[in-house]
Design a protein around this ligand. Structure first.
Ligand code: ACO
Length: 372
């Protein structure tokens, strides 16, 4: 057995090298602070940065957008399958199945070269929102809306879900949310994608597995639970009592705490401003008051900061998005970061295979079945 120190949950363990992002000196994607990216860049520019390594020039952005538009085609057989999946299935499960199905029609599926991985990743950035929106509409008894090549990624996503012209404010809010959800170093789902790609399995396998990892409530699944919490509280006047009772009962409040951020999650701070604007526009100020009360009590009592999922849930709620889409909205943004990590792993691979500490029965001899 190795004499390396054991750290439950691999906390503090270096899982590998990456040039995609860092949390040292602020959260930076390929060197750029997320604050600057959220303020000035569109999601397409950030997707290009993560996948290709650099922010695009005007010409590169134009070409990238043309490739996304061309890659958004989802085979009709997949849309037909989405119709047949029981309405009770969670949208995260449908995203996982959808990603897996897309592999069967992708011409580059088994090719792990950088060029093929880039083509597949760009297609997924365009196709997964189509699957998300189509499923949302089918479950609501409506027909899917085709992607519109003339709209930006965020505008198109909102258009395909609502079939209503999104306001510039909604488009900016969705862009900021997607930019901030796009990448986050060696989190659980990204690590999953890296483990899968370290066996030299292909990009669709890695992304399908990552979607499964993101679903859990301790990771991306928290943003759907956050809205349940806010709705359970109901009234601003009851928020303080509700949260004090919950903490006394040792309830884990979804949307708080983080393995790495112990004082502040910068992404949560950035999204809050947009929550305020959209709450006012949609007449949801009371939900903001409830959120503020919960935030100050959890910070005061447990010293836990809100994480990115805390404001994201409200942001989506104010844009009339069904709760079942909140974690899938995380997927369609994070596929950029996951893909960048898959390409990095394939480019400089060593099978990821840690050791375990055996805590089972001591060595013993086999007993034939008649003698047991
Ligand atoms: N509410 C109440 N108490 C909490 C919370 C919370 N949300 N999070 C942590 N704690 C408490 C734990 O009970 C524990 O207390 P104790 O020492 O008295 O037993 C202490 O803080 C440490 O908690 P751990 O679970 O050991 O910390 P860890 O680093 O493993 O947890 C995690 C990080 C899983 C994110 C945790 O904070 C949590 O469960 N949060 C709620 C789920 C959530 O919001 N997840 C989204 C994370 S962001 C993302 O994935 C995009």
């Amino acid at each position: 057995m190795s004499d390396v120190k054991y750290s439950p949950g691999l906390e503090g363990v270096i899982g590998g090298e990456t040039a995609v992002s860092t949390l040292e000196d602020g959260l930076r994607y390929r060197g750029y602070l997320i604050e600057e990216l959220a303020e000035h860049a569109t999601f397409e520019e950030v997707a290009h940065l993560l996948l290709h390594g650099e922010l695009p020039t005007m010409r590169e952005l134009q070409n990238f957008r043309e490739r996304l538009a061309a890659g958004a085609h989802v085979p009709p057989e997949i849309i037909e399958t989405l119709r047949k999946i029981p309405a009770s299935a969670s949208t995260m499960d449908v995203m996982r199945t959808g990603c897996s199905l897309l592999a069967h029609w992708d011409p580059d599926v088994g090719d792990n070269s950088r060029e093929a991985n880039l083509r597949k990743a760009e297609r997924l950035v365009a196709q997964l929102p189509v699957i998300l929106a189509a499923r949302a509409r089918l479950v609501a008894g409506k027909e899917p809306v085709s992607p519109d090549a003339h709209r930006s990624w965020s505008a198109n996503l909102l258009w395909m879900i609502h079939r209503l012209e999104p306001s510039p404010r909604w488009i900016k809010a969705m862009d900021v949310s997607a930019v901030l959800y796009a990448e986050h170093e060696f989190n659980a789902s990204t690590f999953t994608a890296r483990v899968v790609s370290s066996t030299l399995a292909d990009l669709h396998c890695a992304i399908t597995a990552a979607i499964g990892a993101l679903k859990g409530p301790l990771h991306g699944g928290a943003n759907e639970r956050v809205l349940e919490v806010l709705q359970q509280v109901g009234k601003a006047s009851e928020a303080e009592q509700w949260v004090r009772d919950a903490l006394a009962k040792k309830v884990r409040i979804m949307g708080f705490g983080h393995r790495v951020y112990k004082t502040v999650d910068p992404r949560a701070e950035l999204i809050k401003k947009f929550c305020r604007e959209l709450a006012e526009e949609s007449g949801n100020q009371e939900m903001e008051q409830i959120a503020d009360t919960l935030e100050s009590v959890v910070k005061g009592e447990k010293k836990l900061p809100p994480n990115v999922d805390w404001p994201s849930a409200r942001l989506y709620y104010y844009m009339n998005l069904p709760v079942s889409l909140y974690t899938p909205l995380f997927v369609v943004a994070r596929v950029t970061g996951w893909s960048a990590h898959v390409m990095e792993q394939h480019a400089n691979n060593r099978l990821i295979r840690p050791d375990g500490i055996y805590v089972g029965k001591p060595a013993r001899s086999f007993v034939p079945i008649e003698a047991r």
